[in-house]
Ligand binder design. Structure first.
Ligand SMILES: [Ca+2]
Length: 455
């Protein structure tokens, strides 16, 4: 067993925000946005290297530890952290590429950094979002945007220190890349889609095994350690308004077990797919728990699809949102429903969606959550989308090793295409997910620097 269902709750979130209409324009807009920011504070940013200068005129931004994590309080009150190693060859010509990293799970957290989401040592630095306790709602999106402004050098922290003041390495003016681990990828897309936020330009998004729709966030279609036998591979279809919907091979008969707990952890009580229809959950029958909607309260949300099934069968169950409320709750938390708005607000953002043969949570044999994410991002207007980084970058971060995938970018059909391959599994290769993420970040940074969006 790799990850238990409750752990899924730790895996939700992330990402970033928009870059201009093309990779090239992303670079330009970043430079412009810094230069155009006419607030008095922005002058401090211009002095980027103000390390040594800060004693006489500005705040003391001396680094406590240039090699590890630097804890930061933002002007918004949100916490953040910077993680990097010095002495690297900068990834970009003008310095380290900035990466905005967003933690997974449907819950909160991210700071301090427990496990870096991308291996250090490749000439980028990561700024970590600390996701507040609002179940990935408006406060979480605002925290991502605030951290992005700091990461982009547009805003200092609460002490008046800009990112470039705090680190001992040169920082590139290229807009940040966004790395969304698992549910962090959804939060990234949701943040880009939120037009009320002051979100700076980004150069691109990398996601690691992101659950792109509500059914995947709630692990309704199958888990890595427990497949749902009713899931129908190849059935997922996307509609720009209603999002991604995946089907079952027959109408499920559902049951409710008020005492069931997965491994003794997680919520008590599960709706389950009652395969034998006897009303009692057997060990192998597939359980679904819903996603907590309010911190410290028991109310959960099932996907709209599951909620419809529950209501159609008049099933007793946990305290949950009804269909109308569930639909509204997911409206700003389902990445498959938010991609169009994200790319309308931030056109041109390229994406690499990482998926391995065995997902860290999802258990669907067709890897539809990965290929759907690429399909949706492409069909929502992104000019460059790929599933998994080019093998040359995997070799750079993880060595020659196994046969890394080489999926062409910008396929007309990602979803359901058997020629879109997942990476060799990290559990089999011994390579950590952070090495896959590093490879994808390096690819997007390199393509951004070269203006190379070829295949
Ligand atoms: Ca049963």
């Amino acid at each position: 067993m790799r990850v238990t269902l409750p752990l899924l709750l730790l895996l939700t979130a992330c990402t970033g925000r928009h870059s201009p209409d093309s990779g090239d324009s992303a670079v330009d807009s970043q430079g412009d946005s810094v230069a155009d920011d006419s607030t008095p504070d922005s002058d401090t940013q211009e002095s980027g290297d103000s390390h040594g200068d800060s004693q006489d005129s500005g705040p003391d931004c001396t680094l406590a530890d240039p090699l590890g994590q630097i804890g930061i309080t933002l002007q918004s009150g949100d916490d953040a952290a910077v993680y990097y190693t010095d002495g690297d060859t900068p990834l970009m010509a003008d310095g380290y590429q900035v990466v905005l990293s967003i933690k997974g799970t449907t819950g909160s957290g991210g700071v301090p950094v427990e496990t870096p989401y991308a291996t250090a040592g490749f000439g980028y630095l990561q700024v970590y979002v600390n996701v507040p306790k609002d179940r990935r709602g408006a406060g979480s999106r605002a925290a991502v945007a605030a951290t992005a402004r700091f990461a982009a050098g547009l805003e200092p922290d609460a002490q008046g220190c800009y990112l470039a003041d705090l680190v001992s390495v040169p920082v590139s003016a290229t807009p940040p890349l966004v790395l969304g681990h698992s549910n962090g990828g959804v939060l990234a897309i949701a943040t880009l889609a939120d037009a009320t936020l002051d979100m700076p330009a980004i150069s691109g998004i990398v996601t690691f095994e992101t659950p792109i729709s509500a059914q995947f966030v709630d692990v309704e279609l199958g888990a890595v350690n427990h497949q749902n036998p009713l899931y129908l591979p190849g059935s997922c279809a996307w509609d720009p308004l209603s999002g991604l919907e995946c089907a079952y091979s027959s109408t499920p008969v559902l049951g409710w077990d008020p005492t069931y707990q997965d491994g003794g952890r997680g919520p008590i009580g599960a709706v389950f797919f009652d395969a034998d229809g006897n009303g009692t959950k057997s060990v192998d029958e597939y359980p679904v728990f819903g996603v907590g909607t309010v911190v410290d309260e028991p109310t959960v949300a099932f996907s709209p699809q599951m909620t419809r099934l529950i209501e159609a069968q008049g099933l007793e169950g946990p305290t949950r949102l009804d269909l109308a409320d569930a639909d509204a709750w997911w409206a700003d938390r389902d990445g498959s429903r938010l991609a169009v708005a994200a790319l309308e607000n931030h056109p041109g953002v390229p994406l690499i969606a990482i998926g391995t043969l065995e997902d860290h949570v999802a258990g669907v044999s067709d890897h539809a959550h990965i290929t759907a994410e690429a399909q949706i991002w492409r069909d929502s207007g992104s000019p460059w989308v790929r599933v998994n980084p080019a093998p040359v970058y995997m070799q750079e971060t993880a060595g020659v090793g196994p046969s890394w995938t080489d999926n062409p970018p910008n396929l007309a059909t990602f979803l359901g295409n058997p020629e879109v391959h997942m990476e060799p599994d990290e559990f089999d290769t011994g390579f950590a997910p952070d090495q896959y993420c590093a490879a994808a970040l390096i690819e997007l940074a390199t393509r951004t620097a070269n203006g190379d969006w070829s295949e």
